[in-house]
Design a protein around this ligand. Structure first.
Ligand SMILES: C[S@@+](CC[C@H](N)C(=O)[O-])C[C@H]1O[C@@H](n2cnc3c(N)ncnc32)[C@H](O)[C@@H]1O
Length: 293
């Protein structure tokens, strides 16, 4: 019997089966074996995600098939998130460069960016934005693209991450409006911000120690924040008052540590955002609601 022709459809099915058998863990842009297989196979074959059905059944040549095989096997052998293998990830409809110095973009803050942060702010009045812990720059850059009249400051303590963020800002055409700072939480003092965005590290150390391999391939400094996960958030909140304008708003992603956050700051009336596309842990806090004992 002649060997069965390799097609994109067969390569995806094969990768999916092997991913299941290898018990990979997802959560870096996909949440199941099929989508992970599509992400990697389509990347190796240069196919768009909206490819037509007929293309899925055309023959793939040996060189392309070998490229697919290399990616699929690397995903299984190294447990690296797929985005580190392709060097790319999509966020709010934009393609970002990523490497192992940055978190793989996935914050549900993306949904608020798509809505231009309404109803939490009046989008046309936002002029100054700060993104704390910018990583790949995904939130800062997507916010700059969604709000074309604003300027954005973005901080990170990782120089390697800032190099990736700067490259992304240049690629996406906002380098003139997004300024990156190597800084601990806040950039040097300046005018207050209308909007402060943060997806800070928030994983408690003991939880981090139990995470699957895929998460341990990301920079520890992007995830872990002390015993209760609140080390960075606590300092962010303490330094917030002078940095937020009178009508300013803080939008923060604290994921699974949100209950601990609410318990640690019982007097802060966080509004927890209900997201249409799933995910939780996004809070909104107005400058006028900042009350500390
Ligand atoms: C959870 S990642 C978020 C990255 C990016 N904003 C995103 O959503 O994909 C947290 C980022 O905060 C940075 N970071 C950690 N501690 C920081 C601090 N004290 N000040 C500024 N950035 C910090 C890490 O280097 C990492 O890039």
């Amino acid at each position: 019997m002649p060997p069965r022709q390799l097609t994109p459809r067969r390569l995806v099915l094969n990768a999916e089966r092997r991913f299941r058998r290898a018990r990979l863990v997802y959560g870096h842009g996909t949440d199941n074996a099929r989508d992970e297989a599509v992400f990697l196979v389509f990347h190796a074959l240069d196919l768009p995600f909206n490819v037509d059905d007929a293309t899925l059944d055309t023959a793939v040549d040996a060189a392309r098939a070998a490229a697919v095989e290399a990616l699929v096997q690397a995903r299984i052998d190294t447990r690296r998130p797929a985005a580190y293998l392709t060097g790319r990830m999509w966020f709010v409809g934009h393609e970002f460069l990523v490497n192992e110095h940055v978190l793989v973009p996935r914050s549900p803050i993306g949904e608020l960016i798509r809505a231009r942060f309404e109803p939490w702010v009046e989008a046309t009045r936002v002029r100054r934005v700060l993104d704390v812990g910018t990583g790949s720059g995904c939130i800062a850059i997507a916010a700059a693209l969604a709000l074309p009249d604003c300027i954005v400051d973005a901080t990170d303590i990782s120089e390697e991450a800032l190099a990736v963020a700067r490259a992304n800002a240049a690629r996406l055409g906002v380098a003139d409006r997004v300024q990156f700072h190597l800084a601990d939480i806040f950039p040097p003092p300046g005018d207050p911000y209308d909007l402060i965005l943060a997806n800070p590290p928030y994983v408690p150390q003991a939880e981090y120690d139990e995470l699957p391999d895929e998460y341990l391939r990301e920079p520890a400094g992007a995830l872990v924040a002390g015993a209760d996960g609140l080390d960075v958030v606590r300092r962010l909140l303490a330094g917030l008052p002078p940095r937020l304008g009178a009508d300013g708003v803080l939008v923060m992603d604290t994921g699974a540590t949100s209950d601990a956050l609410a318990a640690a700051f019982p007097r802060l009336p966080f509004t927890w955002v209900e997201l249409e596309h799933g995910g939780d842990g996004i809070s909104v806090l107005k400058r006028s609601e900042l009350v500390f004992d």
